[in-house]
Design a protein around this ligand. Structure first.
Ligand SMILES: Nc1ncnc2c1ncn2[C@@H]1O[C@H](COP(=O)(O)OP(=O)(O)OP(=O)(O)O)[C@@H](O)[C@H]1O
Length: 614
């Protein structure tokens, strides 16, 4: 695969290919995920309702105490001390119920939130991993990475807050009902806060969504540019793009920071509106209460209860309104997660058993990354079972595209790729296997692809190799390491197979990482192997070592090899020469060199360039 930037891909706006779910779809996805845990959902709601009833009952009962004390003074205690004891007992019970059920409901709602977040996270990561390669490239790794890391983290961290929001919402609804049971006019007085809140929300909400959306988008953009700079560091150095790239990082970071400050400033202004609303609301309730008591329409106890209830509501109301911004942020993150989690899964055909040996039959293959710009034109190819075919050609000729389609990771615009089992081969039912649209699990059994960018996962070297064949014993690992020529340097590692490699582990050279990728292919032992410049990422001695490893791996195996290094092409049974999406020459090395066509010119240039030394 080329390290040069792809013009078409770069011209597309980042993230264009990945959808963000609309509000309704996001809410439905969250609700579906919650409903999947019905028991937890029901207990969460029930405990929250009981806790809210307890919260509302306490001020109402305290109002009754005020009335009882007033009556004690006025009519000499008709209500009696027994009544007071009963009231205080009821208050005690209400306080206890509130305390116990608030704790319970928060725990239940948080647990529900955590499992819902986990389900959505798994759905998102699974879909991201299985995403069609072309879509992934168009979207840019940065956008996908931000969604499966930052967005998921933001949403997961918001779960405790969301639990408080849900319980606060239930408390507000139950408390409003409590107001109405006291005196509907007190309920109305309370509602004077409505216009103040409404004005505040009217100012805040239309600005908040776009501001938080912009904040997420800027942060996504910053990740994209950072990732691009890190992954494309060789290109950046080669083209002396460091100052340009640094300026882009600076620019996107500044834009992300500015978007964050704007969002915070808005939240502070909104907080001020809330304080005003609380003052206005309490004054409204007390003024209305004063008039009602003076007109003998309500008792002092009712007004006290209403004022206390309103005071009780400050907390949940404030929590609801102040967290609108964070809820919006969580919702924006969730919309992006759901956007990936609900990506349509391309239909797959279930695969059968895996044959031991296959030939490859490619017919009428066409591909275009953008409509009307074909990069492969009706390619026909055959790779007989147990032989290797090298694909060579100038940069942009279509080699990687062909390899990706044959490996089943890129669906073509037209044409077929079939794996034809060898007559009498063990495994399989003898029927050709069409690669395009094959179930990914079965695809992994029949084709293994290695590109230039191989990855070593964090963990022991043994664990890294076992990814390819989980049941393999050490003896088998060592046998394959010997066969592929990696046993020497693996033995020389500080703890051999137990050496921890990958991020923050024992550093491996680029050639060693590629070597391990080839060992994993051998362990996987799929009937078809596709190598896309899998030996290119190394210095010259490393490349020779890798070429020898690849030659050992490919012996007797059906393989398609994209080769920049023509010595590797020479080692293959046949060579297909590509030019502008067409196979223009096909044959073995000697035939093509003597034919005097494009390959012979490429070979001459390669040889003149000191190929012998490489
Ligand atoms: N993801 C993509 N989006 C748009 N165009 C692409 C994409 N990948 C490749 N192309 C274009 O398709 C054509 C074939 O590219 P491809 O990578 O298959 O060629 P190649 O022969 O492997 O080149 P190289 O040796 O440089 O890797 C080129 O014009 C390239 O710019």
């Amino acid at each position: 695969m080329s390290a040069t930037p792809r013009p078409t891909a770069a011209a597309e706006p980042a993230g264009a290919a990945l959808p963000v779910a609309p509000g309704g779809a996001t809410a439905r996805a969250a609700w579906r995920a919650a409903r999947a845990h019905r028991g937890l959902l029901v207990t969460s709601l029930l405990t929250a309702v009981v806790a809210s009833i307890g919260t509302t009952a306490t001020p109402v009962l305290l109002g009754r105490v005020v009335d009882a004390v007033a009556a004690l003074r006025e009519d000499g205690g008709a209500f009696g001390s027994t009544g007071l004891v009963a009231l205080f007992s009821a208050i005690g019970a209400a306080v206890l119920v509130t305390a116990v059920f608030t704790g319970l409901s928060l725990r239940q709602v948080e647990r529900l939130g955590a499992v819902v977040a986990a389900d959505l996270r798994e759905g998102c990561v699974e879909r991201a991993v299985r995403m069609e390669a072309g879509r992934f490239e168009r979207a840019g790794a940065g956008d996908v990475t931000t969604r499966v890391t930052e967005d998921i983290e933001l949403f997961t961290l918001s779960v405790p807050l969301l639990a408080h929001v849900v319980t606060s919402l239930i408390t507000v609804v139950v408390a409003l009902a409590g107001f109405v049971t006291l005196d509907w006019r007190l309920g109305l007085a309370f509602l004077v806060v409505g216009p103040v809140y409404a004005l505040g929300l009217r100012y805040y909400l239309p600005k908040a969504g776009p501001l938080y959306g912009a904040e997420r988008a800027r942060s996504s953009e910053r990740s994209r540019v950072l990732l691009e700079s890190i992954h494309g560091r060789r290109t950046v150095h080669a083209y002396r793009m460091a100052p340009v790239q640094s300026a882009r990082v600076e620019e996107t970071s500044a834009a992300a920071l500015l978007a964050g400050i704007r969002a915070q400033r808005l939240a502070m202004r909104f907080g001020l509106t809330m304080n005003i609303a609380e003052g206005v609301g309490l004054s409204g309730v007390l003024a209305c209460g004063f008039l009602l008591v003076r007109g003998d329409l309500a008792s002092v106890g009712d007004v006290t209860a209403a004022a206390l209830l309103f005071h009780r509501l400050f907390g949940p109301l404030g929590m609801l309104l102040m967290s609108i911004d964070q809820v919006q942020r969580a919702a924006a993150a969730l919309a992006r997660i759901v956007g990936i989690a609900t990506l349509p899964v391309p239909p797959v055909r279930a695969g059968g058993a895996t044959p031991d040996a296959v030939a490859v039959r490619v017919r009428g293959l066409r591909h275009a990354y953008s409509p009307g710009h074909d990069v492969l034109h009706d390619v026909d190819l055959d790779i007989p079972a147990g032989t290797s075919l090298a694909v060579v050609g100038e940069s942009g000729a279509g080699k990687t595209t062909l390899a990706a389609i044959v490996a089943g990771v890129l669906p073509p615009v037209a044409g077929t790729v079939e794996l034809v089992p060898v007559a009498g081969a063990a495994g399989g039912d003898g029927a050709p296997i069409a690669v395009v649209g094959l179930d990914p699990d079965h695809l992994r059994d029949v084709v293994t692809m290695v590109s230039q960018e191989s990855h070593v996962f964090a963990g022991t070297l043994r664990a890294d190799l076992l990814l390819a064949r989980p049941a393999a014993q050490d003896a088998q690992l060592v046998e394959v390491l010997e066969r592929i020529g990696a046993a020497g340097w693996v033995r020389a590692l500080p703890s051999g197979l137990d050496t921890v490699v990958g991020a923050s582990g024992h550093p491996l050279t680029a050639a060693q990482e590629q070597h391990l990728a080839l060992v994993r292919v051998a362990l996987r032992d799929a009937p078809l192997v596709v190598l896309d410049e899998a030996t290119a990422e190394a210095n010259s001695s490393g490349s020779r070592e890798l070429e020898r490893a690849a030659a050992r791996l490919l012996r007797g195996r059906t393989a398609l090899v994209v080769a920049h290094r023509l010595t590797q092409a020479r080692a293959c049974d046949r060579i297909a020469v590509m030019h502008e999406g067409v196979v223009v020459e096909l044959g073995d090395h000697d035939t093509l060199v003597t034919a005097g066509g494009l390959y012979s010119r490429l070979w001459a240039a390669w040889s003149a360039d000191g190929a012998g030394a490489r």
